[in-house]
Design a binder for this molecule. Structure first.
Ligand SMILES: Cc1cc2nc3c(=O)[nH]c(=O)nc-3n(C[C@H](O)[C@H](O)[C@H](O)COP(=O)(O)O)c2cc1C
Length: 466
C-alpha cells in the first residue's frame, strides 16, 4: 500500500488537534467541501493555518489512493509552560500558552522515524517565516537521523503566509532543493498550474480557510506526492525496464567546447559501466533556437504543427521541434550548464530554450513524470552562472516532471575535483526505477489549461497563461 506522511510545521499547532486534522481530511472530495468542513470546525475550536493546509494535502493524497498519516512536528519538541517564561502575559489564546523548545523528545522522534520508514511520500506543511520555513520545520530537515531515512521518497511542500507573494514560493523551493540533496525525488503541485507545491494565504488563526485557490494547490501537492510515490514504490518492487533512455541536454558551453568534451567523457564512462542504459546528447550550442512569441495559439491538444503564419515551430531553421522529438520519450534528462570564470567565454542557449519549452508544456505536459536534474561544470569560485542547477529545478518542475539531485562538477587549478560520474550513475538508477514504476501504474492523462491573469480559476483560458 502506498503511504503519504504529512508533517505539520507550525509552532502554533496543537498536538491535541492531530486526530481532528486527519478526520477533516478523511471526509471530503473537493476543496469547497473541505472549506465547509473547516468552517464548521472553526466555529467551535481553533486551528492554525498550517494544520488546515496539512489537512488539504492529506485529503489530496487520500483521494489519490494513498493511506495517509499526519505528524505535527511540534510534538517532537517538549513544551514549556508560559508561567516559566511569562512571555505571553497579554495573550488570551490558549495555543500561545506554552513554548516549544528545540530539544528533541526521543519517544516522539522514534514515532516519527517509524512513520517515515512506513511512508513512500512526504509533504511538509509549514508557515512562511521570512520567506522560509519555520524553525520547527527546519529542525526536522536538519535531523541527521531523518536525513538518512528519506532516500527514494517523494517530497512535496505546502506553505502558508499572511500575505499574497509573502514568500510561499521561496519557502517551498528552498526545502525542495535541499531535500533533493538527501536523495528524495522532488515534485510540485501537479496540474493545472504545476508550480512549486501549495502556496496559501492566511494570517490570523484559521484565516486560510477562505483561500480556495491556495487550498487547491495544497490538495494538488498531496495528490502529486501520492501519484509519484506509487510509481516509485512499484519501480523499486519490480525494477524491470528493457532500456533506460537518458538525454544530456547541453544548454551552454565555453567557446572551445569544454562542457561538450566533459559530457562526452562522462557518456563514454557511463556507457561502459551501466547496463541497460542508452545515452544521447543534444547540443543546443550547435543550433539556433528562436525566442518565444508568447503566442495564444501555441500548440496544445496535440496540434503541434499550428497553422499560425508566424509560427516559429514550423520554421526549419529553428531547432526546438527537433530537440522536442528527442526529449519526449526520454526516461531522464540532465540539463547541463557551465559556470566559467570569464563571461566572454560563455555561449548559451539555456534561457531561450527554456522559454520555448512553453509549447511542450502546453502540449498537454509532454514531459510529465520524466526525471530531470541539473548538471553544472564550475570553475571553482566562478560567479557567472552559480545557480544553474537550482534554475533547472525551478523551470523544469513546471513541466510536471520529477526532480533529482543535481550533479555539480568543480575544477580547481586545472584539476577536476569530482567528475560527476557517481552522480550520473545515481541519476540513471533513479530514472530506471521511475520508468519501471510508470509502466506499472495507471497514470491520469495530463491535460493542459492556461491559467493566469485574464483567465478564471475554474475554466480560465488566457493569452498569457504559462
Ligand atoms: C516570525 C514570523 C515571520 C513571518 N514571516 C512571514 C513572511 O515572510 N511572509 C508572510 O506572508 N507571512 C509571514 N508570517 C506570517 C505567517 O506565515 C502566517 O501568519 C501563517 O499563517 C502562520 O501559520 P500558522 O497559523 O500555521 O502558525 C510570519 C509570521 C511570523 C510569526
Amino acid at each position: 500500500m502506498n503511504r503519504v506522511l504529512v508533517l505539520g510545521g507550525s509552532i502554533r499547532a496543537k498536538t491535541g488537534n492531530r486526530e481532528m486534522v486527519l478526520e477533516m481530511a478523511s471526509k471530503v472530495t473537493d476543496v469547497v467541501e473541505y472549506q465547509e468542513v473547516i468552517g464548521n470546525v472553526l466555529s467551535t475550536s481553533s486551528l492554525c493555518n498550517s494544520e488546515i493546509i496539512a489537512g488539504a494535502a492529506l485529503a489530496g493524497a487520500r483521494m489519490s489512493g494513498a493511506e495517509v498519516e499526519y505528524f505535527p512536528l511540534c510534538h517532537l519538541f517538549p513544551q514549556k509552560d508560559r508561567r516559566v517564561f511569562d512571555l505571553m502575559a497579554e495573550g488570551d489564546d490558549s495555543s500561545l500558552s506554552s513554548l516549544d523548545t528545540l530539544d528533541i523528545d526521543e519517544d516522539a522522534l522514534e514515532e516519527l522515524l517509524a512513520a517515515l520508514d512506513k511512508s513512500q511520500g512526504i509533504v511538509l506543511a509549514t508557515p512562511v517565516y521570512f520567506g522560509d520555513r519555520s524553525s520547527v520545520a527546519n529542525k526536522f530537515l536538519q535531523l541527521a537521523t531523518v536525513r538518512e531515512r528519506v532516500r527514494n521518497k517523494i517530497y512535496g511542500v505546502v506553505s502558508v503566509g499572511a500575505k499574497r507573494n509573502g514568500g510561499q514560493e521561496t519557502c517551498n523551493i528552498f526545502s525542495l532543493y535541499e531535500m533533493l540533496h538527501q536523495g528524495t525525488f522532488g515534485v510540485g503541485n501537479g496540474m493545472p498550474t504545476s508550480q512549486y507545491g501549495g502556496t496559501a494565504v492566511g494570517g490570523d488563526l484559521g484565516k486560510v480557510v477562505e483561500d480556495e485557490w491556495g487550498l487547491a494547490t495544497a490538495f494538488g501537492t498531496g495528490e502529486r506526492v501520492a501519484q509519484v510515490s506509487r510509481m516509485v514504490a512499484k519501480g523499486l518492487q519490480n525494477p524491470v525496464k528493457a532500456k533506460t533512455n537518458i538525454v544530456f541536454l547541453l544548454a551552454m558551453d565555453t567557446k572551445n567546447g569544454k562542457l561538450k568534451a566533459h559530457i562526452n567523457s562522462l557518456v563514454t564512462e557511463a556507457s561502459s559501466k551501466l547496463n541497460g542504459v542508452e545515452f544521447s546528447v543534444i547540443n543546443l550550442v550547435e543550433h539556433d533556437i528562436y525566442r518565444c512569441l508568447g503566442c495564444k495559439s501555441c500548440p496544445k491538444d496535440g496540434d503541434v504543427q499550428c497553422e499560425h503564419p508566424q509560427c516559429i515551430i514550423r520554421n526549419p531553421d529553428d531547432y526546438l521541434e527537433t530537440a522536442r522529438g528527442k526529449l519526449v520519450g526520454a526516461d531522464g534528462v540532465i540539463v547541463c550548464g557551465i559556470n566559467p570564470s570569464d563571461i566572454g567565454d560563455l555561449v548559451t542557449r539555456y534561457q531561450v530554450f527554456t522559454e520555448r519549452m512553453r509549447s511542450v508544456r502546453r502540449n498537454n505536459y509532454e514531459l510529465s513524470n520524466t526525471l530531470f536534474a541539473g548538471l553544472c561544470y564550475h570553475d571553482f569560485g566562478a560567479t557567472i552562472n552559480p545557480i544553474h542547477s537550482l534554475k533547472v529545478m525551478v523551470s523544469y518542475i513546471r513541466h510536471n516532471t520529477v526532480v533529482h539531485k543535481p550533479i555539480e562538477i568543480f575544477e580547481y587549478n586545472g584539476e577536476i575535483m569530482d567528475s560527476g560520474a557517481k552522480g550520473v550513475a545515481a541519476f540513471c538508477e533513479a530514472a530506471s526505477i521511475l520508468a519501471a514504476g510508470k509502466a506499472q501504474v495507471d497514470i491520469p492523462k495530463a491535460t493542459y489549461n492556461a491559467y493566469g491573469e485574464g483567465g478564471g480559476y475554474a475554466q480560465g483560458e488566457s493569452s498569457q497563461g504559462k
